[in-house]
Design a protein around this ligand. Structure first.
Ligand code: SAM
Length: 237
């Protein structure tokens, strides 16, 4: 039996199962498998879902969460058809856009218990470029954790393995104490997709370098040399 055949059958199986069970995407089974291992929705009130269209992960979050108050917010470039559950809201926008990031922060009254990102760009077919663009989206999700996630909240993020992902995992470790690399069964075996599941934000956390505030070095005014300073620069022969 060829690997490709197994691979396609698996995709087909989850596709059919999603349709039969009324889910909007095959990806729901990945999140269900993540949740059954890590119990990320236990006691969760506020959840942010980045790259939420067509809404499969929003369906899972609303099913798994026990709390009736709180907010499940989905954000995507594409419109998400309404999910008729009281505490689910959506924003149409690009998470790379600073205004959209602010809109997300404003939407939550408190902090989030779970921030999850299944974001992936439209692939252009040039693997290193596609992978870099995907990791860039994962970095923005990490940046939002810095401002929005509770100290003991969960972070779940999809990454594509390639040149950049090792560096990204190091960045997640700079932010969180607990970091796991997980491949759900529902994810095609041969795909480079992985999910990073992290928890416990570090107090002394460091954001990925591209988001760190620039350190402004004030230029010193010219000063007279202190007598004796020149001794350090004297050349000896
Ligand atoms: C694999 S799909 C998500 C499926 C979703 N988890 C579900 O179960 O229905 C990836 C999504 O990421 C979104 N996306 C890609 N780039 C984005 C960006 N810059 N801002 C917001 N969403 C983005 C895409 O529009 C796409 O809907």
């Amino acid at each position: 039996m060829s690997n490709r055949w197994v691979h396609e059958r698996k995709g087909e199986h989850y596709y059919k199962k999603a349709k039969e069970e009324g889910y909007r995407s095959r990806s729901v089974f990945k999140l269900k498998q993540i949740n059954s291992k890590f119990k990320v929705f236990e006691h969760a009130m506020n959840v942010l879902d980045l790259g939420a269209a067509p809404g499969g992960w929003l369906q899972v979050a609303s099913e798994e969460m026990m709390e009736e108050e709180g907010l499940i917010l989905g954000v995507d470039l594409k419109e998400i058809k309404p999910i008729y559950v009281d505490n689910v809201a959506t924003i149409v926008g690009d998470v790379r856009d600073l205004e959209v990031q602010q809109e997300i922060l404003d939407a939550f009254k408190g902090k989030a218990d779970v921030i999850m990102s299944d974001m992936a760009p439209d692939v252009m077919g040039q693997w290193d470029v596609d992978q870099y663009r995907q990791i860039h989206l994962a970095r923005i999700a990490l940046k939002l954790c810095d401002n929005l996630l509770k100290g003991d909240g969960w972070f779940i993020v999809k990454i594509f393995q390639g040149g950049e992902h090792i560096k990204y995992i190091r960045e997640v470790r700079d932010m969180f104490k607990y970091v796991k690399n997980f491949k759900p069964l529902a994810s095609r075996r041969k795909s480079s997709e992985r999910y990073i599941v992290a928890r416990y934000l570090r107090k002394d956390r460091k954001l990925p370098s591209e988001f760190r505030p620039e350190i402004v070095v004030e230029e010193e005014e010219d000063t007279e040399p202190i007598p004796g300073d020149q001794l350090f620069f004297e050349e000896t022969s």
